[in-house]
Design a binder for this molecule. Sequence first.
Ligand code: ADP
Ligand code: ZN
Length: 357
Amino acid sequence: MKQINITTPSKNYPVYVGEQAITKLGEVLQSLTPAPKNVLIITDHNVGELYLKDVQAELDQKFSYESFQIKPGDSQKSFENYYACQSFALEKGLDRTSVILALGGGMIGDIAGFVAGTYMRGIRFIQIPTTILAHDSAVGGKTGINHPEGKNMIGVFHQPEAVIYSTDFLSTLPENEIRSGFAEVIKHALIADPSFYEYLRKNITTLNDLKDEHLLNCLTRGIEIKNEVVSQDEREKGIRAFLNFGHTLGHAIEGELRYKDITHGEAVAHGMLFALSLKEETIQLGKNLKRWLHDLGYPTTPKNLSVSSLINRMKKDKKAAGRTINMVLLEQTGHPYIAPYQAIDLEEKLTEFLKEN
Ligand code: ADP
Ligand code: ZN
């Protein structure tokens, strides 16, 4: 098992990654002061069905616990479910010493973290991620829910006490979820670590390679890179924006497809290819990446996307400023920078890109 120590201005905490990392749970809870009165596990039906009993087994006879399950899917990151969790926590008598366990993918991490961040003005929580994508969302302290007006519109920064990443829990992930999470690993490599990128290119030639030692390396290096960036910029004022590589177009594609038919990471993969196509120096890198993604079974860019609608969405991006769209590009692997584009210029480039991809 590997341990990564996350350092942020507001808090330091450990991430345990490896087979059976869940066996650390009792120890982590016991080390907390004040000792928790009780524990609330929040999960979704899919993950609950598969792994709730494993988590409960770690708590049995040591801690009193309750479990609350919500339906799977990002649309469940809703105010209604948030409120239902709060009501359940009140009914079960959670107090300020209680601890919430977020057992699931990014969706559960976000909503359970937000419940923890606001219940009685904030109680402690532990992330137990079960997707590859969650290597990204479990670090950085962002929690929240969606509003009909937009995703992640309501939330708080709230850091967990620990992250327990039991890689055995990832063995049941569907293929598209593996692709979704791995795209974010590739992103971390591209923005920060050329030798990690080479390692991935060499060793991950099919999705089947994403297990054991390689899976462990992907999660740990991904988390380390995210931590390096976030710890320098916890509240997203500067370099944290580099984590947005591939996301300006990625988010727009997800939005256009109403968050159906494409996973987050698959959309980000298209966004990264577009970003690499924008600069002469990275065109070849983009072509190689495209071939590799194709071999890994990533879908081609969806047809029938409206360029003007995509550009409109990109203009509304939280990171955009007026008519200028800020794109994260690479000078080369490991060297990201922000390039402002006039919407009209980007529209032309995007039209060309969608024709060719
Ligand atoms: P993320 O935001 O990290 O992609 P989600 O929380 O949206 O993750 O989960 C994606 C889907 O995968 C959901 O339907 C969820 O129930 C399911 N899921 C999460 N973890 C696992 C797992 N380990 N095995 C099988 N299905 C899982
Ligand atoms: Zn992302």
